[in-house]
Design a protein around this ligand. Structure first.
Ligand SMILES: Nc1ncnc2c1ncn2[C@@H]1O[C@H](COP(=O)(O)OP(=O)(O)OP(=O)(O)O)[C@@H](O)[C@H]1O
Ligand SMILES: [Mg+2]
Length: 362
């Protein structure tokens, strides 16, 4: 059974339509990530699920029961906010125990549950401290502890890691993933960080301007984006988009870019027509150093390197293709300096063709 079913949900703030007709089902035990640019309605959707906002249209069902007008505390939901919201004068133990106390849980059970949660999160030695005596990451753990002691049916997270530094973020990200594996609870997690979305999600819901742009597994969205927006949102560095034209010859189909370069397409697909204007999408990961091997669907392109950005193991180089600065991901020892001429391998099997009018993938 779906733990959560959302049907045609709308939420407005005065003239702002923050959520504009969302349909979504979340299965029991699933880790769903809501992702999208700032202002696309992620927090509004989450807050509406939690009951902190009342929908202006549509229905919200939790475990088969319509909860549109059910109070937040009666929804069997635990929520972790971006700013933790710990009680400053309560120690860690009492902060974690807060929801249990509010429900008049017997003391012995409070002790057992708080200790188990603290143990799981590695904060047992901090139970006597006050929030101000904790680091950001430790506070974050306390906030998560407060949510997990409750055994709620549904966990909601709103950008819980956004206040942490990069290293701590990575650490907490794996802990949240491990926690989900251990607890098996349904989780809905909001972020605008595509790496967090890719690594945590069973399923990603990509939102744009209050609507769902695409739903699927991280790999679905990465490998089969439905639109230019999805293709550009997931993946780092961003996919290259190069204006081009389709051309048919005896040899088959090719993509022609404005500098005259012609890139053969390995196979025909629906929607190809001679002379049709398209945008060619190529991920930096599919532009690599040519190594002499001749794999099907791969092309070799001689380019002049304009910019080199080393990242340690990899280097991102920029070169012009069809008038557009195009990024390729190479091994760092594959390229030394700007001005170098190198051969780039283009994996046309992975090329994405986009209709420039509709921005949909062909
Ligand atoms: N209380 C409010 N009153 C009026 N407008 C609001 C309110 N809360 C949100 N909005 C507007 O609703 C839209 C969606 O906001 P929301 O906070 O859901 O975005 P978000 O996807 O969470 O963005 P971010 O990634 O920046 O947190 C925005 O245009 C925002 O300005
Ligand atoms: Mg938000």
């Amino acid at each position: 059974m779906a733990d959560l079913k959302i049907t045609n949900l709308h939420k407005n703030y005065g003239g702002v339509q923050a959520v504009r007709g969302i349909d979504l089902e979340v299965a029991s035990g699933e880790f769903t990530v809501l992702v999208g640019p700032s202002g696309c309605g992620k927090s509004t959707l989450l807050r509406t699920i939690a009951g902190l906002e009342t929908p202006d249209g549509g229905t919200l069902e939790i475990a088969g029961k319509i909860v549109n007008y059910v109070r937040p505390r009666d929804r069997d939901i635990a929520m972790v906010f971006q700013n933790y919201a710990l009680y400053p004068y309560m120690n860690v133990f009492e902060n974690i125990a807060f929801g249990l106390r509010a429900r008049k849980t017997p003391q012995a059970e409070v002790e057992t549950r708080v200790k188990r949660a603290a143990d799981m999160l590695g904060i047992t030695q901090l139970l006597d401290r006050l929030p101000r005596q904790l680091s950001g990451g430790q506070r974050q753990r306390v906030a998560i502890g407060r949510a997990i002691v409750r055994n709620a049916r549904l966990f909601l997270f709103d950008e819980p890691l956004s206040n942490l530094d990069a290293q701590l973020r990575d650490e907490m990200r794996s802990e949240i993933k491990r926690l989900h594996q251990e607890l098996g609870t349904t989780m809905i997690y909001v972020t605008h960080d595509q790496i967090e979305a890719m690594t945590l999600a069973d399923r990603i819901v990509l939102l744009r301007e209050g609507k769902i742009e695409q739903v699927g597994t991280p790999l679905d969205l990465y490998e089969r984006p439905a639109t230019r927006f999805v293709a550009g949102f997931l993946g780092s560095p961003q996919m290259n988009f190069i204006p081009a034209q389709l051309a048919q010859s005896a040899g088959g189909w090719a993509v022609k870019v404005s500098d005259g370069t012609s890139l053969a397409l390995p196979r025909a697909r629906d929607g190809l027509s001679d002379g049709r204007a398209i945008v060619l999408g190529l991920r930096p990961q599919h532009l690599t150093r040519a190594n002499g091997s001749n794999r099907p669907g791969h092309l070799r392109l001689g380019v002049t390197v304009e910019l080199v950005q080393p990242t340690g193991s990899r280097a991102y180089i920029t070169f012009p293709l069809g008038g557009v600065p195009t990024v390729a991901e190479l091994e760092s020892h594959d390229v030394q300096r700007p001005g170098e001429q190198i051969d780039v391998d283009v994996d046309m099997n992975r090329a994405v063709l986009i209709d420039p009018e509709t921005n949909r993938v062909i």
